[in-house]
Design a protein around this ligand. Structure first.
Ligand SMILES: [Fe+2]
Length: 196
């Protein structure tokens, strides 16, 4: 993938599927705990829960995106004092498709990093211990309704989460199976999405 995030040309999720995206509506499939040091302080990972999609949403994904993927889930990040999803490479995928239901605030950024003395693309499950060892290499501000294909082998964090962040994720461990054919050319990108 040339960029860390590619915006995709996919239809919005039907409202009734988004409306059921409530943490209490799904059985919890996994949680994650991580932390990282920043400016001498320990940054605790934002509360993270991921829930399997229901059959109707799975069918919509099959009809509109692909029926070939490893997992699909609805993710929630947040917590009153917890604003950061700490830098990591993903554990169970190399490419992730993300649909933003609620970004969790007006200034939530997905930030990509390279760790000192490490390659840009990492093995799954890498967890740098300090921001001091990281150099920012990309920053994206995704808005509600954006579809984004993410190279999750590059260390990334989510910064400035101010409320409950709700996203749909579809996962591929084999990048060749991800829907690259649906990438928007830059001129077609919606200005709501920013990168620098
Ligand atoms: Fe991630």
């Amino acid at each position: 993938m040339k960029n860390f995030i590619e915006y995709l040309d996919l239809p919005p999720l039907p409202t009734h599927l988004v409306e059921v995206a409530d943490p209490l509506s799904y059985p919890c499939s996994n949680t994650r705990t991580a932390y990282c040091k920043r400016n001498g302080e320990i940054i605790q990972d934002a509360d993270y829960r991921r829930f399997s999609v229901g059959s109707e949403l799975a069918q919509w994904i099959g009809n509109n995106i692909s029926s070939v993927y490893d997992n699909a889930g609805i993710c929630f990040h947040g917590g009153l004092a917890l604003q950061t999803a700490c830098p990591h490479s993903d554990r169970k995928r190399k490419v992730g498709l993300l649909y933003v239901i609620d970004p969790g605030g007006p200034e939530v950024d997905t930030v990509f990093w390279q760790e000192v003395d490490q390659p840009l693309h990492r093995e799954t499950g890498a967890l740098p211990s300090s921001y001091q060892d990281l150099t920012e290499v990309g920053r994206y501000r995704l808005g509600a309704g954006d579809w984004a294909l993410i190279d999750t082998t590059v260390i990334h964090s989510v910064e400035n989460i101010q409320g409950l962040r709700k996203t749909l994720h579809v996962d591929w461990m084999d990048p060749a199976l991800a829907p690259y054919d649906k990438i928007l050319v830059p001129a077609e990108r919606i200005e709501l999405s920013q990168s620098r």
